[in-house]
Design a protein around this ligand. Structure first.
Ligand code: AMP
Length: 289
């Protein structure tokens, strides 16, 4: 059993908290989060505990991944209850830096950033053109600060996971990036810190996303067109769900290939809350006739 986690707010605190373990050759696992923790985050922690000797969870609401007019100011910040949950599941270090620690030259000044490349401009990047630059930049910083052997991210943010894997590979970063399946409510809604923005009726509507993905996945053997038709039909039956995109891709987010695994991704607005979800699809070998 681990004791209560050490809370580190600076690079110095982090180094001190990990020094003894590193000296003994212990491996380090990192779970980056923005806090407001739920069971999805805790599943990542559990995976990190399986993969590494020491587990660091970072809690940092990263300003550079929010666009103008997005929810940076009202994003839920629940550090005390986050810490309680992490103490219960058992982690070694909680890294909770101030913005100035992560962005010594300021978060909105000019500076070196990570360019996500063309995939960063697709899907989420169409509506949130600076989002992945902010995500990859902060994750690269966290990798530099924590120097993890393994880092665990959720499939819930599938495009983010693909881009972080690409970043680690193309920038030759010495970290294994591990994906973890999406944790869902009983009715299928993917857990998200933003679900708390939904009122009762919106919460009822929100389940349409996972229902549509399930309908699409069930149609997988019949091919791409059938998958998209089935998912679109389910979404189309619901008023109040405003779809940004519904698309079928290969697991690396290139074009899907018949007979192979694929990924069906959706983004939609329910009221002013933007929700995303995705699911694996096994595509039939025959393309639709
Ligand atoms: P966030 O705090 O929203 O930035 O998310 C931190 C990490 O938790 C990311 O790797 C997310 O993909 C992951 N995550 C968020 N929701 C879920 C979920 N429902 N199931 C699994 N992982 C999740």
């Amino acid at each position: 059993m681990r004791g209560a986690p050490v809370v580190a707010t600076t690079r110095g605190d982090l180094d001190a908290a990990l020094a003894a373990g590193r000296a003994k050759g212990r491996s380090v696992g990192l779970v980056p989060t923005m806090g407001a923790l739920h069971d999805g985050h805790l599943a990542l922690v559990e995976r990190a505990r399986q993969l590494a000797d020491l587990v660091v969870v970072s809690i940092f609401v990263n300003p550079t991944q929010f666009g103008a007019g997005e929810d940076l100011d009202r994003y839920p910040r629940t550090f005390d209850s986050d810490l309680e949950q992490l103490a219960q599941v058992g982690v070694d270090v909680v890294f909770h830096p101030a913005v100035a620690e992560m962005y010594p030259d300021g978060a909105d000044g000019p500076g070196v950033t990570v360019d996500p490349g063309p995939l960063g401009a697709e899907l989420e990047g169409v509506v949130r053109p600076t989002h992945f630059r902010g995500v990859l930049t902060v994750v690269a910083k966290l990798f530099g600060l924590v120097r993890p052997d393994v880092a665990v991210f959720g499939e819930k943010d599938y495009q983010q996971l693909v881009l972080i894997k690409q970043m680690a590979r193309t920038l030759c970063l010495p970290v294994v990036v591990e994906g973890c399946p999406t944790v869902r409510e009983v009715d299928g809604l993917a857990l998200s810190s933003r679900n708390r923005y939904l009122d009762g009726p919106q919460r009822q509507l929100a389940v349409a996303l996972s229902r549509a993905l399930d309908a699409g996945a069930d149609a997988g053997p019949s091919g791409t067109v059938a998958v998209l038709e089935a998912a679109r039909k389910t979404l189309g039956e619901v008023d109040g769900v405003d779809v940004d995109y519904l698309t079928l891709r290969a697991p690396d987010l290139s074009d899907p290939v018949p007979g192979r695994e694929a990924r069906l991704l959706v983004a939609a607005r329910v009221g002013s809350t933007r929700l995303i979800d995705n699911v694996a699809v096994s595509l039939g070998a025959e393309e639709d006739s």
